[in-house]
Write a protein that binds this ligand. Structure first.
Ligand code: FEO
Length: 134
């Protein structure tokens, strides 16, 4: 397993932790598919799922941050938007056969998610809790 969920990744909001676990699982699935040299269709399908899951998760978080009037919303959303763009670009290039899924790409996804949860997501916990979201 490439990435393991641990309590240190918790943002102390149930729905968000559940979605983060989903993202971790999907990145692990992608890693497994690469290790087992799965075909382009299988890997493409997982990339597609990851892209859609990320969009869904970011929408959840952004709604909660807005409802809580979280002051760091704009900067946080900019990080989401940049990631979505990057994954969409990779998905397109992969689909066209211009790039391969490599360890570098997988590590980028893993490191981005871990860093984003630890350094960016965790900052909203207090605001969400104050708004009654747990
Ligand atoms: Fe959990 Fe800001 O993404």
């Amino acid at each position: 397993m490439l990435m393991e969920w641990s309590p240190s990744l918790s943002v102390e909001v149930g729905q968000i932790d559940a979605e983060h676990r989903g993202l971790v699982n999907t990145i692990n699935e992608l890693h497994d598919a690469m290790l087992h040299a799965k075909g382009k269709e299988v890997i493409g399908g997982i990339i597609e799922r990851l892209a859609r899951y990320a969009v869904h998760h970011f929408a959840t978080e952004e709604k909660l941050m807005q409802e809580a009037h979280y002051p760091g919303y704009a900067l946080h959303k900019a990080e989401h938007d940049a990631f979505v763009k990057k994954v969409a670009h990779f998905k397109e290039e992969f689909g066209q056969g211009k790039v391969m899924l490599t360890t570098e790409v997988i590590n980028y996804l893993k490191d981005w998610l871990k860093h984003h949860i630890m350094e960016t997501d965790k900052k909203y916990t207090q605001s969400l809790h104050a708004a009654g979201v747990h």
